[in-house]
Structure formats: structure tokens, C-alpha cells
Design a protein around this ligand. Structure first.
Ligand code: NAG
Ligand code: NAG
Length: 991
């Protein structure tokens, strides 16, 4: 899954119980079933469980009958309130394994009444019985079926097994079938068939779900799927764990004026009788069943199904294989960029891994409602529209890059994840960290001028450094069992720290060893499942083969994967002997934090210390740093330093390692002198690392603020996007601490205006023909910052552009890279009439990026009452779509006056928000904003809020804990750092 955190405005946790109503439920439950339910199941099971119609006499249900009326259970509240019970013994027994499935799904998406949509289906699975047993368990959730439709039989003799009893275990999402006789071990001819089942089709973004888009004044509906991690079981009963790989024959039933796509190419369509699948259809309707080729052996979570009225564009690669991009007709012609990317990077990865792409087609589809950025379903990658559709005149360069990156990320999974799959979700870091790292190798081949490895430093790596410096972080490798735990670890640590650590691994073994080692791992484990040690072993072996040297990759990696956090290296140089002594310590962004997980290694790491000196780096930092590695295995260790006494040395070349360096003071000063006199000796990665480390160290109190601040002076001659990006994000923290609540903000903004003026004059507001991709990114960044720190020339230019835009009735085009800032400046300087016009315009604007920019910019108003009204709008589905709710809250919070307003609003309206059933992600994203507070008083308010709403915070309470921890860190920072910062500014700022 890609782009998990970038655009997760949508809600993934609306449960079926919450959006049902007795009206439509009447469709599902005939009277006898309702009676059976009332007798059989405890309340909550009815609302969300798999429901069995016990007409089969032999089925003796468990648990024992209760008299709870089903009606009370139909209103189960969705959203953050329903934290699933954390049973952990959720793994299926391994004695019975699936071999081959036949699955047919028939989504009913016809007509205008979406609340009555549903899907039906049938499923057959042939089993491999490895241990004799009379019990079979398989997963299912929210699927309605009747026991009469279940058949277990011997596919050779066609004899039925008698089903003694069947039971649904809601906590484990298991359906358990007891047979009257044990199945013999080592047989492969037992089949479970479920001839017909039915399930709701909702816009809940999970399993097979409903999505829609407007077209010429009508609403078009589609059924699409997202099964990772545990929602295949919501689509059809199955063995829903990644290691239960099997082959699948998929069929989709649809009206003949729709299209259907799945993982594999289509083989045939046949006419079928409509009434078999849909009770409201008569056989006069044209219904077809489309059959797809048998899949390779694969995990359930990688299946994909779409029934829609999408259109397509096609392309071929040099081997004649077909690529098809699917989208709604309005957007399909804007998917040509992503089609180019997918063709080119597929062929590059085939070369890189030296393993052919195993399918003979690749589909990509853009769906209007999607929870992540994209999902790597084998052969049918599904994206949210904004990750596949690129509008060359309206979309930003950053969007173009994120499209290239997400496509590359999902493609990397075709090998790493799909062909070879982690045994269990505890290793999802390997999948996601790997794809998050390797996506850059793919993009770099197609767009070398983007310098994505340099960009890695202020983006993915920076976030990993930030998040993992908190006491509340966690080790990458965590045992998880329950689906809610599984969902929880699709997080920054998994993706970004995972990618950062794998990039470090790539750095110390070198590209050739990495490439060949990964290739061997993929070939040896094709169509299988692995534990992460298999990758380590393969790399260890390849390292020896390529270099004739031993390196135990596993023992290095264990330190980085199994313990949270990362080290800072403290340096001291003995001048006489020219020896450098390094001491490693666990780096915490606030030294008073207590790590939330103990470490088996006492927070020491085996560190690949790359070392350069003025002598050996005189011609710049080399691309391949593997030759510069010195292994640090001890808490304290000395190294030879081959330079003269007054020359600098540099550690962590190209920012390839996941550690910070605190140089001795003399060396910091020499590095600053070198930056000022000629910064190009260091790579952009090195410059970004020096800025990032020095600010982080100063922020934590390990280094005087004068070091990073003096370092920023060199930026006046910096032209590269990457170091600017690093510096501005670190200085952004100072801004966020001071601008709302400190009388000392003035000198900071004055200093920043002075620093940024040259760069601003250099990039300006308008694109030039000669601009590179990185220049365009830099323009977006510099303009945004220059206006943020209120550089007058920036504000004037931006408001002028806004006026042009308003005067043209929103038809003039604003350069996409600076659009958000221009709109924001405009809204800030205009009043309610323009606000209302712009808001109305936002509802009709067809371009999603523009719409998003407007939604964010509307929060730039200086009128508190408009901000309050805007928050009201966010809770009103007719004004702001549910998926944009958290965007409105975050944007209001980003307004200098808005955080307090948002917080007051949240406290007044929390119950309304909960009742609205916003999902966990939305709740989390709202709560995250509170992390910017920095006073004891706010801390107390937040703690009181947490206590008061502990029952309704649900999974968002983790976000609340993190926010509270951040506020504590901020308070510590204010006490520690405000004064020295102000001191430096008063000496260096022009006011
Ligand atoms: C299924 O039937 C065949 C033919 O009668 C028999 O050889 C086989 O053992 C049976 N399999 C099982 C699991 O009983
Ligand atoms: C087995 O069960 C199916 C469905 O329940 C039924 O149609 C079929 O006649 C049964 N076969 C035998 C041999 O009993």
C-alpha cells in the first residue's frame, strides 16, 4: 500500500452496523432468519457478524441462545468509539490449507438508491488437509449466508460430508465448521462450497465497496475493492492470512454496459440469468459473467475487483505486454503520465531484480474514493484519483513526483510483497519499507534529474528521524495479531524508518550486493512466504560472494529493527594522535523522555560509520559510500583520522545512515566555514544532514543554537532545493513555537525575510521555460516560506495574483506550485464576500488539486467567526465531503489564530463529531494538530479532555497520547531554548 499517510483524509472505519437502517435490512433478512438470529446470537454479532440461517438441521450453534432482540443492535455506533476487543489468538490453524478458489462476485450498483446496493457471490475452495481433522475454520465478516448453502464434499467421489455444527466467532472473524467424520490427512480433494452469499455494499472503503462520481448531472456508481490487510474476508469467506497462498479463478457479474476488471486478463464473458444474482432484477436484463484467467499462487489480500463504467487508455512495453489505465471518462486522458511511468519502471525493475514480471498485463485504475494512496493488487493496482491522474497544466510538480513515486512503490511490490510475501503482518515493515526505499531507485532511473535520493533526506528520512526520536516510538518489528493491531502498524515507522534503514543497508553493502542479494531472495522464495531473516541471509551470502569479506547483515539489522530509536554519535578528537573517539547514545528529542519499549541491546547499535575528511572529499562526496564504512560495534570506539589538525571531517556521508552526529565544537565551526566558503564540496544530502542534525541537537539541548543558526547564513548562496527544504522544515518548528504565543516572533521573521529574499527574487512567482523539476519544487517552497515570514514583495505579488484570479471569475490559471500560497494570501486579505464566492467555486471546480488548495486556503481568513463557521461546514456533509473533514480542521489549526479556535471547537463539539461516526483516521488527524501547543495550561486542558472522553476517543487516544507527549516536549523546548534563540536573533536579526 502506498501513500498511506499523505492523503488519508478518508474514513476507513465506518462499520456496517452504523450505516444500516431497518428499511434496507429488510432486504437481507427474511422473517425466519430474523427469528433464528434472535434466538441464536448475542446482540452485537447480529449487527456485524456473518449470519447463518439455521435451516440445516445438523447445525448446532454456539454460543447458546440468547433473547437479545436484534433491533437494539442495528445502531451500533461506528467510528472511534468502536474499538474491537483485542483478542490475539486470531490465527487460523495450519492443518487445513486452501489450494484453489473459484470466486464469483456480483455487485448490485444499478439504479439511484445507493442505500439499497449490495453484492452477492459464490465461493468454492479446494483444500489441502495436512493434519486429520473434523473441524475447518475460515475467515468471514459482515457476510450473510445460510447454512443450507454450505456444502463440504469430496471432489473426486462427489460425496457430501455431513456438517454437524457450524459457528461464527465474531471476535476472531472465523466461521467454524464441524464435520461428522474427520478428514484424512494428506488429501487434496475436499472442497468447501458456499453456493450463495450476500453482503452490504457501502462506501466504507474496505473489502468490496461502493464508490461514485458525478457525470453530466447524474451520479455514477462503481464497485471497487481494497482488501489489505484483512478485508478479503469481508468480500468472500476465505483463509485470509498472507501465508495461505492459493490460486484463484475470479468471475465478476455485471450489466453488459459496464466493464469488469480483476488481477488477470479476461478469458470470456457469458450471459447469465439476472435473478440468480439479484432479486430485484428480472431475466430480461442483460447480465454477463466475465471470467478471468487463473491467478498465480498468491495471498488473498492482493485480489482486486472493479465493476464500473470507466474508460481506458492503453500502452505497450518493449516486450509487447499491455498496460491499461482505467478512470472515469473525464479523467482517463490525464493518466498518460502514469502509463509512461508504469511501462518504463516495470521494465527497469525486471532488470534491477533480474526476475521477470510474472503476469502478462498490468492494469491501473483511479477510483474516486480510496483510503490509502494506492494498493499493489497483483496485476490491478488501484489508486486514489489524485495518485494516477496528472493534469499537466493544473497539477503541481510535487503531485507529479508523488504520482511517479507511488506508481514506482506499487510496482516494487509486484516483486517484493506479491511474488514473495511476508509470512505474517509483523513483517509488513519489510514490504512497505522496502517499497518505500526502492520506489526511489525506480524513479531515479526514469527521472534522474529529480535527484530523488537527495530528496529522500528532507522527506522520508527526516520524518523517520523526527518520529523515532520520541519516547512513544516503537521498534519496527512488532508482534501483532488482531486486525486492529495490524492496521495500526501501517505507520511512519514501518514505511519511513523501514525505508531509511533499508537505504542504510543499501549504502553499506553497496548497490551491486543489494541488487543481487535481493534478486536471489526473490528467486529462491518466489510464490512463497518468508521471515525477514531470509533477506538478511541472502544479502550476507551475496556480500561474501561479491567482496570476499564477511558481514553478518542480520546481526547489524537486528539492532535497527528490534529496538526503537536511533543513536547520536558524540565526537571528540585527540589533536595529538589524530584519533576520533565516538560515543553512541540513544537520541531523544527531549532528553527527559522515557522510551516506551525496553531494548535487548541496551540502546546500542552496530553502526556503519562513513567517514570523510577534507583530504579525501576534495572532489565531493562519492555516490557509493560503501567503501567509506567503519563499523562501530561498541558504545565507545576510536578511529584514525587522516587529516591535518585544522581541517574538518564529515561523518554519515550522503546521509546514508540512520544516526545523528554531534561533532566537537571546533569541527562544527570548520564545517560551517566550509559551507560558507564553498558548500558544493558536500553533496546536497550532506548539506541537508548538517542542517537537520544541528537543529535537532540544538532543539534537544545538546548543542548551542548558535551552531545551526550560524549555519543557515550560508543558505544565501544555496540554490539546491534539498538543503532549503531541510532548513525550512527545521526553522518551521521555531516558527510554530513562536508565532502564536510568543512576543519574540518578530526577530525570527525578520531574520527569515532577510535570508529568503535573494532566493525569492531568484525564483519569482512565474514558471520559466528553463526551469527544472527541482527549480519548480524550490519555487513552491520558497514562495510559501517567503510569504509565511511576510516578505512584503511576496505578499504583494501573491495578492495581485489572487485579485486577477477573482476578477477573472476564477478562470485565470495560477502557477500550480504556488497556488495554495497565493490563495491563502488572498483569503487572508479579503473578507466574507470573496470567501463565500470561493467556497461556492470550490464545490464546482473539477480539478481535485485546485479544490484541495481552495479547501485549505479558506482557512487562511483572519476572521475568527469565519473559521468557526468553516468548522461547522466541515461537519455538514452537504458542504464539505467527509473525506475533507480532517483537512478543514488541520488547515484551520495551521492559521496563526486558528489552533485555539479549532481546539475550543473540538472541546465543544466532540460528541457531535463522535456521533457523526468519523473514522479513526479522521479523528487521529484532527487530534494530531494539538501537538503544536507549548504551554502547561494547554497540556492540562488536553489531559482533561482525554480523561473526559476516554470512552469515545477509541483508537484516536493513541494520537492524543502522542500529541500530549509533543506538547511536553514543546514545553521543555520553550524552557530550554527560547532564551538562547532570542539572544542569537537579537544579535543577528535586522528587525
Ligand atoms: C475422495 O474420494 C476418493 C474416491 O472415492 C477417495 O480415493 C479419496 O480418498 C477421498 N478423499 C477423502 C479426503 O476422503
Ligand atoms: C450434496 O449436497 C448438495 C447441496 O447440498 C446436493 O445438491 C447434492 O445432491 C448432495 N449430493 C449427494 C450425493 O448427496
Amino acid at each position: 500500500m502506498g501513500g498511506y499517510a499523505m492523503y488519508k483524509g478518508s474514513d476507513s472505519s465506518v462499520s456496517f452496523g452504523g450505516d444500516g437502517g431497518s428499511g434496507k435490512r429488510g432486504l437481507f433478512l427474511t422473517v425466519p432468519i430474523l427469528v433464528a438470529l434472535a434466538l441464536v446470537f448475542a446482540g452485537s454479532v447480529v449487527a456485524v457478524g456473518l449470519i447463518v440461517h439455521f435451516t440445516a438441521p445438523k447445525c448446532d450453534p454456539h454460543p447458546p441462545p440468547t433473547t437479545a432482540p436484534p433491533a437494539t443492535t442495528l445502531t451500533t455506533t461506528a467510528g472511534p468509539t468502536t474499538a474491537p476487543p483485542l483478542v490475539t489468538d486470531v490465527r487460523l490453524p495450519t492443518g487445513v490449507k486452501p489450494l484453489h478458489y473459484t470466486v464469483t462476485l456480483a455487485p448490485y450498483i444499478y439504479g439511484n438508491n445507493a442505500s439499497e446496493f449490495y453484492f452477492t457471490g459464490s465461493m468454492k475452495v479446494r483444500l489441502s488437509i495436512n493434519e486429520s481433522t473434523s473441524n475447518i475454520k475460515l475467515h468471514a465478516t459482515k457476510i450473510l449466508l445460510t447454512a443450507a448453502d454450505i456444502r463440504v464434499y469430496n471432489s473426486t467421489s462427489n460425496k457430501n460430508y455431513t456438517v454437524d455444527s457450524c459457528m461464527y466467532d465474531e471476535d476472531r472473524e472465523w466461521y467454524s465448521i464441524d464435520l461428522s467424520v474427520p478428514l484424512p490427512a494428506n488429501s487434496t480433494d475436499v472442497v468447501i462450497e458456499i453456493a450463495w452469499f450476500r453482503a452490504p455494499l457501502r462506501s466504507d472503503l474496505r473489502g468490496l465497496y461502493l464508490s461514485s462520481y458525478p457525470e453530466n448531472g447524474t451520479t455514477k456508481y462503481l464497485a471497487t475493492s481494497h482488501l489489505q490487510p484483512t478485508d478479503a474476508r469481508k468480500t468472500f469467506p476465505c483463509f485470509d492470512e498472507p501465508a495461505f497462498k492459493a490460486t484463484f479463478d475470479v468471475s465478476l457479474v455485471r450489466r453488459s454496459d459496464y466493464i469488469s476488471i480483476s488481477n488477470m486478463p479476461s478469458i470470456r464473458t457469458t450471459n447469465v440469468s439476472a435473478s440468480t444474482w439479484f432479486s430485484e432484477m428480472t431475466d430480461s436484463e442483460q447480465l454477463v459473467k466475465e471470467d478471468f484467467e487463473t491467478t498465480p499462487i498468491m495471498s488473498t489480500y492482493l485480489l482486486a475487483f472493479i465493476v464500473s463504467q470507466f474508460e481506458l487508455i492503453r500502452g505497450m512495453d518493449t516486450q509487447g505486454r499491455e498496460y491499461r489505465n482505467w478512470a472515469r471518462p473525464e479523467f482517463v486522458n490525464q493518466t498518460d503520465y502514469s502509463l509512461d511511468v508504469v511501462r518504463n519502471i516495470t521494465e527497469y525493475f525486471e532488470w534491477y531484480f533480474n526476475v521477470p514480471y510474472p503476469l502478462n498485463k498490468t492494469d491501473q485504475a483511479a477510483v474516486p474514493d480510496f483510503n490509502a494512496g494506492a494498493m499493489e493488487n497483483w496485476g490491478l493496482i488501484i489508486y486514489r484519483e489524485g495518485r494516477l491522474v496528472f493534469n499537466g497544466t493544473r497539477d503541481t510538480s510535487a503531485i507529479k513526483q508523488s504520482i511517479g513515486s507511488v506508481v514506482s512503490h506499487e510496482l516494487a511490490h509486484m516483486w517484493f510483497g506479491n511474488l514473495v510475501t511476508p509470512e505474517w503482518w509483523d513483517d509488513i515493515w519489510l514490504n512497505e519499507g522496502f517499497a518505500s526505499f526502492v520506489q526511489n531507485i525506480g524513479v531515479n532511473d526514469y527521472h534522474p534529474d529529480w535527484e530523488v535520493d537527495a530528496q529522500f533526506v528532507p522527506t522520508q528520512q527526516r520524518t523517520a528521524f523526527d518520529v523515532d526520536s520520541k519516547g512513544a516510538s516503537h521498534p519496527i518489528y512488532l508482534q501483532v495479531y488482531n486486525p486492529s493491531q495490524i492496521n495500526e502498524i501501517f505507520d511512519t515507522i514501518t514505511y519511513r524508518k523501514g525505508a531509511t534503514v533499508l537505504r542504510m543497508l543499501h549504502g553499506f553493502v553497496g548497490d551491486e550486493v543489494f541488487r543481487k542479494g535481493v534478486g536471489n531472495y526473490l528467486r529462491q522464495n518466489s510464490y512463497g512466504n518468508t521471515f525477514h531473516t531470509a533477506l538478511y541471509d541472502s544479502l550476507t551470502q551475496q556480500y561474501f560472494e561479491s567482496t570476499n569479506k564477511s558481514l553478518d547483515v542480520g546481526s547489524v539489522m537486528d539492532r535497527w529493527i528490534n529496538q526503537m530509536g536511533y543513536p547520536v554519535l558524540n565526537c571528540s578528537v585527540s589533536t595529538a594522535a589524530r584519533r576520533l573517539t565516538l560515543t553512541q547514545n540513544h537520541f531523544l528529542s527531549d532528553p527527559s523522555q522515557v522510551p516506551s519499549y525496553p531494548s535487548d541491546y541496551n540502546y546500542t547499535w552496530i553502526i556503519p560509520v562513513t567517514m570523510g575528511t577534507k583530504q579525501n572529499l576534495s572532489s565531493g562526496t562519492p555516490e557509493d559510500v560503501s567503501g567509506f564504512v567503519n563499523w562501530m560495534n561498541e558504545k565507545e570506539q576510536s578511529f584514525e583520522l587522516d587529516n591535518s589538525a585544522d581541517d574538518w571531517y564529515l561523518l554519515n556521508l550522503r546521509s546514508s545512515g540512520f544516526y545523528r552526529v554531534n561533532y566537537d565544537l571546533d569541527n562544527w565551526k570548520r564545517l560551517i566555514d566550509q559551507l560558507v566558503s564553498n558548500h558544493t564540496v558536500f553533496s546536497p544530502q550532506d548539506r541537508a544532514r548538517l542542517l537537520d542534525d544541528s537543529f535537532a541537537l540544538a532543539s534537544a539541548g545538546y548543542l548551542d543554537y548558535s551552531i545551526p543558526l550560524n549555519m543557515t547564513k550560508y543558505l544565501k548562496s544555496e540554490t539546491h532545493y534539498v538543503p532549503w527544504s531541510s532548513a525550512l522544515s527545521k526553522i518551521g518548528y521555531l516558527h510554530s513555537m513562536l508565532h502564536r504565543q510568543s512576543p519574540e516572533y518578530g526577530p525570527l521573521s525578520a531574520y527569515m525575510r532577510d535570508l529568503l529574499e535573494g532566493a525569492f527574487n531568484d525564483v519569482g512567482l512565474d514558471n520559466k521555460d528553463t526551469d527544472t523539476h527541482l527549480t519548480k519544487l524550490k519555487r513552491g517552497l520558497i514562495v510559501s516560506s517567503a510569504c509565511l515570514y511576510r516578505l512584503r514583495s511576496c505578499e504583494t505579488a501573491a495578492t495581485n495574483k489572487f485579485e486577477e484570479f477573482v476578477n477573472s471569475s476564477f478562470t485565470s490559471t495560477i502557477t500550480p506550485d504556488i497556488r495554495r500560497r497565493v490563495l491563502c494570501e488572498g483569503v487572508a486579505t479579503s473578507f466574507v464576500a470573496e470567501w463565500d464566492r470561493l467556497f461556492e467555486f470550490s464545490k464546482t471546480v473539477a480539478h481535485p488539486g485546485t479544490q484541495n488548495d481552495i479547501i485549505r486556503s479558506l482557512a487562511c481568513t483572519n476572521e475568527p467567526w469565519i473559521l468557526n463557521r468553516y468548522l461547522d461546514y466541515a461537519l455538514d456533509e452537504t458542504k464539505i465531503r467527509g473525506q475533507d473533514l480532517s483537512t478543514v480542521f488541520s488547515s484551520v489549526a495551521a492559521n496563526p489564530n486558528g489552533l485555539q479556535i479549532m481546539w475550543d471547537y473540538l472541546q465543544r463539539n466532540w460528541n457531535t463529531i463522535v456521533d457523526k461516526g468519523v473514522g479513526v483516521f479522521t479523528a487521529k488527524y484532527i487530534i494530531n494538530n494539538l501537538a503544536e501547543f507549548n504551554s502547561e495550561q494547554k497540556l492540562r486542558e488536553m489531559e482533561a479532555f482525554k480523561l473526559q472522553h476516554k470512552d469515545t476517543l477509541g483508537a484516536a487516544s493513541v494520537a492524543m497520547d502522542r500529541a500530549i507527549e509533543s506538547v511536553r516536549i514543546n514545553i521543555g523546548w520553550m524552557e530550554r531554548s527560547l532564551l538562547p534563540l532570542v539572544q542569537w536573533l537579537s544579535e543577528n536579526s535586522l528587525r
